[in-house]
Design a protein around this ligand. Structure first.
Ligand code: URA
Length: 229
């Protein structure tokens, strides 16, 4: 991805209007490390997620991976075929594009945390259904609250819509800063969120314009990370 200078997005401090519901109370000791909390959450998700324990089209759940205290967290939609086979997020063709995006801002994949809204693959790669999102996404919220990244980068429409509780499409939202507002009573109030195109969309629409747009979004993230502690 080349450097193309296009204007950075606007900061929209409180695009989200409704307060989310109360967080799930974590059943781990307050002294547990972030890695231990994520491990506990992973086990609990695999035992209890109303979506992933009842869905049948997948081989493995894909919890997410990366640095438990990452400053940057990517959130995609749901595992695809390769992710379902390997149990890891973004390891197929779209994943290789995501790796390039991460490298373009001077980071390594293992410096970030990568997760999805749904932790199991929908049949035939169809889009996640509202009930599936309702059942599985509380675990993503818990991941966010454990990791507490400085910046969330959502990849594509479904992740953006879910975290911002909006129906506005990704074409309108990408490139502009928003905030993910944490459930009331959480250890953080909100986290800066930059929506961008899904790498699979980028691959399907590999034009100068889309590449410049994604690069601009990445630069905004890089700039913001350099400004926060
Ligand atoms: N697409 C996603 O949204 N997530 C993955 O993990 C892989 C492809």
């Amino acid at each position: 991805m080349g450097v193309v200078d296009v204007p950075l997005g606007q900061w929209h401090p409180r695009r989200q209007s409704t307060a989310p519901t109360a967080p799930i109370q974590p059943p781990y000791p307050t002294t547990a490390t972030q890695a231990e909390r994520l491990a506990e959450l992973r086990d609990r998700h695999d035992r209890e997620c109303m979506h992933c324990t009842t869905a049948t089209a997948h081989q493995r759940t894909v919890f997410g991976e990366g640095d438990p205290s990452a400053r940057l967290m990517f959130v995609g939609e749901a595992p695809g075929e390769t992710e379902d086979e390997l149990g890891r997020p973004f390891v197929g063709r779209a994943g290789r594009k995501l790796d390039e995006m991460i490298q373009a801002i001077g980071l390594r994949r293992e410096d970030c945390y990568i997760a999805n809204v749904l932790k199991s693959r929908p049949p035939n790669n169809r889009a996640p259904l509202p009930l599936e999102i309702e059942r599985c996404s509380p675990y993503l919220v818990e991941q966010l609250l454990i990791i507490q990244p400085r910046v969330i980068m959502t990849l594509g429409g479904p992740a953006t819509k879910m975290l911002l509780k909006t129906d506005v499409g990704i074409v309108k939202l990408r490139g502009g800063w928003s905030e993910w507002v944490a459930p009331v009573g959480s250890p953080v109030r909100s986290i800066a969120l930059m929506p961008t195109f899904h790498p699979a969309y980028l691959l399907r629409n590999y034009t100068l314009e889309t590449r410049a747009q994604v690069w601009s979004d990445l630069k905004a993230v890089m700039q913001r990370l350099s400004e926060c502690a």
